[in-house]
Design a protein around this ligand. Structure first.
Ligand SMILES: *[C@@H]1O[C@H](CO)[C@@H](O)[C@H](O)[C@H]1NC(C)=O
Ligand SMILES: *[C@@H]1O[C@H](CO)[C@@H](O)[C@H](O)[C@H]1NC(C)=O
Ligand SMILES: *[C@@H]1O[C@H](CO)[C@@H](O)[C@H](O)[C@H]1NC(C)=O
Ligand SMILES: *[C@@H]1O[C@H](CO)[C@@H](O)[C@H](O)[C@H]1NC(C)=O
Ligand SMILES: *[C@@H]1O[C@H](CO)[C@@H](O)[C@H](O)[C@H]1NC(C)=O
Length: 634
């Protein structure tokens, strides 16, 4: 709580960028004053300090135009002192324009080394989070989420992935099956046609085990049951007849269905300590004839309790986990009345940078009063856009670093502390959505965040560890910044030569990115900015062939670029995904451009084949009438 208030103060404070620049300059002046004082009483011991001071001055001068430097510089000072005191100092300076001697002295006592570090760290672009540097908080468990609802990796890839993430500091895997589980009997139709076989799953589990990773199975039991409820066989279990999103919790058939679902999954996870039953984003509740009579809060709590108790009665040693989002607005009293804390542990998920914006301190207090422990969930991919193909490693790192800060504070409120963190890697936003960032393209982001989580911080002292985990060449020889998250947030430039499993897919995304930028620009220019191949020209078959020729000169190159990229895509993904996934990705990302290029090519052929044109004015478009835009020409 206290920490939160400081953070709030800090955020507000950060916005005063202009003041920061001013304070930076003022501090420089103060420093100058301090420095000249030193000159008067110079002795040997002060010589070193003077040299340091010269370095300080040089570093400052060099970067004085750079606001970010000043910002970081002040943050560094703040780390050393007390943020509140510094805030007051700045306010004082703002109000009185007074020179603050104390701040100047403190600056002078930063060593040369600290200033060098400051500058190196600043180039890395690591998001600043005010972590306790003397006592880093390291979550007990660091679990990587494997979302199989899209682009399920091959066994061959998983056999490399498990040791990889273990080496980066993971302790386990949260395995979200969705339709990739080989359901049988009454549930047979739920499984995807390319689902894992029972034997495959056993192999996956044994691979994870031999890497020393604990596997936690996840199966949805309330909302996000699209993969089951979309089928005709299960329409009768829906809360809303027309929608497969959520299950009706009030029917016996629903609980029978879940009982079967859970038994089948648990049969392959007989020794698991945990079962995650989902229960996030239940968008449809209290709408069917039975549920309408009950209030939402109770519907949700009762169902979660029913499912959890069902699990616990059959598998007494298993702890049940649920996503927390539906609990955020449920009252403390309701949760206590039903003894929710005896049945489940919540997993608090926030993937955006500002965690307290989504789960306020009051919500944390409520959780601590109900539950003995809780889990948290950050993300390394699949959180900043449904159609992205490469995660922004910087934003995800910030999310994870901020979680460390929040966890360090909140763990003390729970009687058993916080249990651990899951780094989620969503592969679709829901069953019906297209693919987001592929796993192999997201390994660098995962490495960055996992390394941070398993050390409790991230800075240049982890350089070698980070680069070695991704099999990057000669990490100790290269003296340039090893990451530059501000200019290279996808890490393409800096990790270009690393040969981690799936690196070809990671690099392919960089090629696709350049090509896509070019393609978007070309399409915009050709179809919108220039005046000879707009949809009007094409509809009316009316253009100047010379201009059309000009506008399509680059077309064959762009077209072949995309086709060749698709072929490289197939090549780089062949050992990682099955042909369905490869085909899906290419159809979603590359094919739309190929199609657009073809349309332009075809239109250009038609437009160029005209050699005499009708007099103006051209006929008004027929479609105007359909739209009820009354335009008549007599
Ligand atoms: C990195 O952070 C750790 C923990 O806060 C600290 O001990 C170490 O000195 C830092 N290293 C650098 C180079 O800043
Ligand atoms: C699975 O779907 C098929 C075709 O829709 C149907 O005939 C069959 O009865 C379903 N199987 C089960 C076990 O419900
Ligand atoms: C996938 O497609 C490639 C290329 O057509 C083919 O050689 C391969 O046999 C296919 N794999 C499977 C499992 O069908
Ligand atoms: C372009 O024309 C070719 C040849 O007539 C045809 O096969 C193709 O489908 C057309 N493409 C589009 C996008 O209309
Ligand atoms: C455009 O004009 C050419 C040449 O007269 C003709 O062959 C073609 O059918 C026309 N296309 C359309 C869409 O009107």
């Amino acid at each position: 709580m206290n920490n939160y208030m400081q953070r709030l103060g800090f955020t507000a404070w950060r916005k005063k960028t202009t003041i920061l620049v001013a304070s930076g300059l003022i501090t420089l002046i103060i420093f100058g004053l301090h420095f000249s004082k030193l000159e008067e009483t110079k002795d040997n011991s002060q010589l070193e300090e003077e040299q340091n001071a010269e370095g300080v001055a040089a570093a400052l001068m060099q970067s004085i135009k750079n606001v970010r430097f000043i910002e970081n510089f002040n943050k560094m000072k703040m780390k050393k002192t007390d943020s509140n005191i510094l805030g007051t100092e700045i306010d004082d300076m703002e109000q009185n324009g007074k020179v603050n001697q104390e701040a100047g002295k403190r600056l002078a006592h930063l060593s040369m080394k600290q200033f060098e570090n400051l500058e190196i760290e600043q180039q890395l672009g690591i998001p600043y989070v005010n972590l306790d540097s003397r006592n880093p908080y390291i979550p007990k468990q660091r679990i990587v989420h494997l979302d199989l609802k899209g682009a399920p990796p091959s066994l061959a890839y998983l056999s490399k992935f498990f040791p990889l993430v273990k080496n980066m500091g993971a302790t386990g895997i949260l395995l979200e099956y969705e339709d990739m589980f080989p359901f049988s009997g009454l549930l047979k139709n739920i499984s995807a046609k390319n689902c894992f076989t029972e034997n495959r799953i056993k192999e996956i589990l044994s691979l994870a085990e031999s890497s020393g990773l604990e596997v936690i199975p996840l199966i949805q039991t309330f909302g996000h049951l699209e993969f089951a409820l979309k089928h005709l066989d299960f329409v009768h279990l829906r809360e809303v007849q027309g929608s497969p999103q959520a299950l009706c919790p009030s029917r016996k058939s629903s609980l029978d269905f879940l009982s079967e679902l859970i038994d089948q999954v648990m049969a392959l996870h007989s020794s698991t300590r945990y079962l995650h039953i989902g229960c996030d984003e239940v968008f449809q509740m209290g709408e069917c004839d039975i549920c309408r009579l009950e209030i939402h809060e109770n519907l949700f709590l009762k169902h979660v309790k029913n499912v959890a108790d069902m699990v616990r009665s059959k598998y007494p040693s298993v702890k049940v986990l649920v996503w927390d989002d539906m609990l955020r607005h449920i009252s403390l009293q309701s949760m206590q009345e039903i003894n929710l804390g005896d049945s489940v542990d919540p997993m608090v998920w926030v993937y955006a940078e500002d965690i307290y914006r989504f789960v306020q301190p009051a919500v944390w207090e409520k959780y601590a009063a109900v539950f003995q422990t809780a889990w948290t969930a950050s993300a390394f991919k699949g959180a900043f856009g449904e159609t992205l193909y490469i995660p922004n490693a910087r934003r995800h790192l910030e999310n994870n670093l901020r979680w460390l800060d929040v966890m360090a504070t909140q763990t003390t409120a729970f009687t058993q502390g916080l249990s651990g963190i899951v780094v989620t890697g969503w592969q679709r936003y829901d069953h019906f959505a297209v693919l987001c960032e592929l796993l192999p393209a997201s390994i660098p982001s995962l490495a960055l965040s996992l390394t941070a989580l398993s050390h409790g911080y991230f800075n240049s002292s982890l350089k070698e560890k980070f680069l070695l985990s991704l099999t990057c060449p000669e990490p100790s020889l290269d003296r340039s910044p090893f990451i530059m998250l501000d200019s290279d947030p996808f890490l393409w430039e800096k990790l270009n030569r690393c040969i981690f499993p799936g690196n070809a897919v990671f690099k392919l995304m960089s090629r696709f990115n350049s090509l896509e930028i070019e393609a978007k620009e070309y399409l915009d220019v050709t179809k919108r900015q220039k005046g000879w191949m707009t949809s009007y020209n094409v509809r009316h078959n009316y253009s100047l062939p010379l201009r059309v020729e000009e506008l399509t000169i680059e077309l064959p190159r762009m077209y072949h670029g995309m086709i060749s990229l698709a072929r490289s895509g197939v090549e780089s993904m062949t050992d990682i995904f099955d042909n369905y996934t490869i085909s899906e990705w290419i159809e979603q990302k590359i094919y739309p451009y190929v199609l657009e290029f073809e349309k332009i090519q075809n239109a250009s052929v038609v437009l160029k084949s005209v050699n005499h044109w009708p007099s103006r004015p051209l006929d008004p478009m027929k479609d105007m009438q359909r739209l009820g835009i009354g335009i008549d020409v007599h």
